[in-house]
Design a protein around this ligand. Sequence first.
Ligand code: HXC
Length: 255
Amino acid sequence: MKNKTVIVTGSTSGMGKYMAERFASEGANVVLIGRNEERLAAAKNDLESTSTGNLFTVVTDVRKPEDVERMVKQSVDHYGRIDYLVNNAAGNFIAPAEELSVNGWNTVIDIVLNGTFYCSREVGKYWIDNGIKGSIINMVATYAWNAGAGVIHSSAAKAGVLNLTRTLAVEWGTKYGIRVNAIAPGPIERTGGADKLFESEKAAKRTIDSVPLKRLGTPEEIAGLADFLFSEQAAFINGEVITMDGGQWLNKFPF
Ligand code: HXC
């Protein structure tokens, strides 16, 4: 990642922050993206001690196309180039489908599906205009192809992001050599998803019991996978989704 520029959306906390930390520790130019200026400043401060690269923050709401356009322009102005994009920003909360408000549905679809499209489109246009064979990683979840009972907004949005991943992999791979892949993490400790979705001890235990490897994943493991997907070793991986969940989603008949 040395001297490569990578934009990580939703990088003030959780997996986004760990991915940013990993890239920066390898000498990358990292663009930290979030909605809140103070949280961005705090994240930058936290990463400075391990970074051998550079850190740049841009306040951006991925739901706003004009914010995304400005963010990409500022990133190019600051670093002179963009090589990689991680669409990590997400919103989620547990709500039975029949109780989910229209605004609740729209909010999550807007962050996860629309935000991923806006960022991919803006960075993709920059790559195409400049002949750069960039690479994108989209963060999904195993319920993108499975059922996401209790999180229908996130589940439907991630399914859309998975299709967007495959569609762009073909469309932009064919014409421009741009690679687009996805990571489907299972339950990962120290993330917003874990904090929100596994609130009680009972819920956490149930989750761990459902994982064949009997533990949560770590954000460092996810960051390592992202690092691999951007690397030359993964140069022939395109349109793929790599699941890192300890085998959880396959565990239909626990014994
Ligand atoms: C029911 C809720 C709700 C809840 C919000 N809403 N939280 N409804 N239960 N717990 C409803 C609100 O009432 C409102 O609808 C609408 O959603 C928008 O809420 P706001 O708070 O106005 O939106 P906003 O401030 O933009 O916040 C967006 C958010 C928030 C998604 C609601 O939680 C957020 O920003 N989260 C970002 C971080 C995050 O969620 N990370 C976890 C990602 S985990 P009404 O109708 O009242 O106006 C993940 C994968 C997990 O994605 C995979 C695990 C295996």
